[in-house]
Write a protein that binds this ligand. Structure first.
Ligand code: 4NP
Length: 161
């Protein structure tokens, strides 16, 4: 099983959007038996809350389910439990690394590492910008490329490379 965790600050705008979009992609590719998806926030202000209305609206527009998703805070054990931890911005990534032991094999990346043509390193926070469409567009490309990378790695390890 490949376990993927998306991380942002509040776990109500960007990472739950990424979680829902990535799960939808995984489902459409018929890979639910291989890949699991979750999200968390580095902060605890919104724990137990559903995604922000702006995230809900854009996911609904695209008929992408976010059923059952509620905010939770990132915990130390996540660093061992997940294979990929995908941060939405540089500050999230720094906070994730603060919880990491040197021995973790978890791959810690930023979502926009997969979108080098974007003119930015961080997914802008729509909690402050109000621009959920921009986030959706960046996440769409990033999630597709992340899934391709996972599929390539899985195929390689199955072939014993
Ligand atoms: P997110 O956005 O990290 O994309 O979920 C935020 C949500 C809430 C807050 C900050 C960012 N907040 O300060 O409450």
């Amino acid at each position: 099983m490949v376990k993927v965790l998306f991380v942002c600050l509040g776990n109500i705008c960007r990472s739950p959007m990424a979680e829902a979009m990535f799960r939808d992609l995984v489902k459409r590719e018929g890979l639910e038996h291989i890949i699991t998806v979750d999200s968390a926030g580095t902060g605890d202000w919104h724990v137990g809350k559903p995604p922000h209305q702006g995230t809900q609206d854009i996911l609904n527009q695209h008929q992408i389910s976010f059923e059952g998703q509620v905010a939770r805070q990132l915990v130390t054990t996540d660093l061992n439990d997940f294979d990929y931890i995908v941060a939405m911005d540089t500050q999230n990534e720094k906070n994730i690394h603060k919880l990491t032991s040197l021995h973790t094999s978890t791959k810690i990346v930023k979502l926009l590492d997969y979108v080098p043509e974007a003119d930015k390193l961080d997914v802008p926070d729509p909690y402050f910008t109000g621009n959920f469409q921009e986030v959706f567009d960046l996440l769409k490309v990033g999630c597709e490329r992340l899934l391709k990378e996972i599929q390539t790695n899985e195929n390689a390890s199955r072939e014993g490379k």
